[in-house]
Design a protein around this ligand. Structure first.
Ligand code: COA
Length: 374
C-alpha cells in the first residue's frame, strides 16, 4: 500500500456516480447526461430537481405530481417558525439554514428510516421547507411579519413572494431559476463529498445535509458568492476596478469567484449565468456592476489566466434582485439540496464506509511518567 499523501484528495477518484459529469477538458457539465446549458434554456427548476432526484426528466403527469408534493410540504411547524423568530438577528443565515434542517429532523416521522422510499420523502420535505425557513429568517431579522408559502406559485416565485411579499417579472424569475439549475449539482465537490461521507456511516439524510451546509458555508466553496459581492462593494465604482484588482494581485490576494479545483480553462456554468446576470442588470438599469464585473474578469484572465467560477456572476445577480449579501450562499443551499439528496441516496444504495488512512507525523513513542516524576 502506497503511503504517498494526496493532500486535498487531489486527482483521486473515490467512487462512481450517475448524477452528474464534470468534463473540464471540453468545458462541459451534464446532469444525468443532459448538458446543463440545455436544461437552463428548456426547463424550469422543478423539472431539473426531478431529473437530479429520479434520474430522468419528468413527463407532464410526473411533473404535476412532483410539484404538488413539493408545494404540500412547504409549511414549517409552528415550533420551528417560533425557533427561527427567536434566532439572533446577527446570526449568519447559513447557520440558520444548518440549524433549520437539523430541527426538521426532530419532527420528521421517517428520520430513522433510510430506505429509498423514505429517503425520497425526506429529501422532498427538506427541499420544500428550507426556502420557507430561510425567508422566515430573512424577514424576522428585519422585524417584518413572516409570509406563509403560497401553493399556486412555483418554487422560485414562492421564494421571492415569501421574502419580499411580491413576485418580480418573468425575466427576473427565469434568471433566478437558471441560477438554481446551475447550482443544483456538481459531482464530488467538498459539500457533496461531506454528505456522502456522513451517509457512509449509515447516518440519516438530515444529518448529511446539515453537514453539507456547514461545508458549503466556507469561502473556498459556496461562500464565495457572498465574498464576490463584498469585493464589488469594496471596489465601489468602475473607475476604481482596474487599480483595485491589480493591487490585489500584486499583494498575492485570493480573488473570490475565480479559479476552480477541476476547471482550469473556465467554469462551464459561467457563460449561461453571465448572460442572465447581464439581462437582470439591464432590467435593473445597472450601470456599475456590469462594468466592474468585466474589468475584474479581464484583468484576472490577462494577468493570471484564472477564469471566473459560477459564484462570480451569481453574486451581483442576487444583489440586483434585492437579496441581502449573506443570503446568497443560503440560496445556493436551496438548489444544492437536490444534488446532495441524489448523492446521499446513491451512497446508501452502494455503501462502503469512507475511511481514508493518514500518515502519522507526531511525537515518537514515549511512556507516560507519573505526575510526580514529570
Ligand atoms: N485568486 C488569485 N489567485 C488564485 C485564485 C484566485 N481566486 N485561484 C487560484 N489562484 C492561484 C493560486 O494562488 C495558485 O498560485 P501559485 O501557484 O502561485 O501558488 C494557483 O492559482 C493554483 O491555485 P490552487 O490554490 O492550487 O488551486 P486549487 O485548485 O487548490 O484551488 C480554489 C481552487 C477554488 C480553492 C481557488 O481557486 C480559490 O481559492 N478560489 C477563490 C474562492 C472561490 O471562488 N471558490 C469557489 C469555487 S467554485
Amino acid at each position: 500500500m502506497s503511503d504517498e499523501i494526496k493532500k486535498g484528495l487531489l486527482g483521486i477518484v473515490v467512487d462512481q456516480t450517475t448524477v452528474s459529469q464534470v468534463m473540464p477538458d471540453i468545458n462541459s457539465l451534464t446532469y444525468r447526461g443532459y448538458a446543463v446549458q440545455d436544461l437552463c434554456e428548456k426547463c424550469v427548476f422543478e423539472e431539473v430537481a426531478y431529473l437530479i432526484l429520479n434520474g430522468e426528466l419528468p413527463n407532464k403527469k410526473q411533473l404535476k405530481k412532483f410539484v404538488k408534493n413539493e408545494r404540500s410540504e412547504r409549511k414549517l411547524s409552528k415550533q420551528i417558525l417560533r425557533d427561527i423568530q427567536k434566532m439572533p438577528r446577527k446570526a449568519h443565515p447559513m447557520d440558520v439554514a444548518r440549524t433549520a434542517v437539523s430541527l426538521m429532523a426532530l419532527e420528521d416521522k421517517d428520520v430513522k428510516d433510510n430506505s429509498p422510499v423514505a429517503n425520497m420523502k425526506k429529501a422532498i420535505r427538506i427541499f420544500a421547507k428550507t426556502p420557507t425557513a430561510l425567508s422566515a429568517y430573512f424577514r424576522a431579522r428585519k422585524g417584518k411579519k413572516i409570509i406563509k408559502p403560497k401553493k399556486k406559485l412555483t418554487f422560485s416565485e414562492n421564494f421571492f413572494y415569501m421574502c419580499f411579499g411580491k413576485v418580480p417579472s418573468k425575466e427576473i424569475v427565469k434568471a433566478f431559476d437558471v441560477s438554481l439549475i446551475l447550482y443544483a449539482e456538481h459531482s464530488f465537490n467538498v459539500s457533496t463529498f461531506t454528505a456522502r461521507t456522513i451517509t457512509s456511516s449509515l447516518s440519516d439524510i438530515h444529518g448529511a445535509i446539515t453537514g453539507a451546509i456547514a461545508s458549503l458555508k466556507g469561502p473556498l466553496h459556496g461562500g464565495a458568492n457572498e465574498e464576490v459581492m463584498n469585493m464589488m462593494n469594496k471596489i465601489k465604482k468602475p473607475e476604481n476596478a482596474f487599480k483595485w484588482i491589480n493591487n490585489a494581485l500584486n499583494k498575492k490576494e485570493v480573488v473570490m469567484g475565480f479559479g476552480h479545483r477541476v476547471y482550469k480553462k473556465g467554469d462551464s456554468r459561467v457563460p449561461t449565468m453571465e448572460k442572465y446576470f447581464k439581462k437582470v442588470a439591464k432590467i435593473k438599469t445597472d450601470k456599475k456592476f456590469i462594468k466592474i464585473y468585466d474589468i475584474v474578469k479581464n484583468v484576472m484572465i490577462e494577468r493570471k489566466e484564472i477564469h471566473p467560477n459560477v459564484d462570480y456572476p451569481t453574486g451581483p445577480t442576487y444583489h440586483l434582485m434585492g437579496f441581502d449579501t449573506d443570503f446568497f450562499t443560503p440560496i445556493f443551499v436551496m438548489a444544492r439540496i437536490t444534488g446532495w439528496s441524489a448523492h446521499i441516496m446513491e451512497q446508501h444504495a452502494a455503501n462502503k464506509l469512507i475511511r481514508p488512512l493518514s500518515k502519522y507525523s507526531g511525537a515518537s513513542y514515549r511512556k507516560v511518567m507519573l505526575l510526580n516524576q514529570r
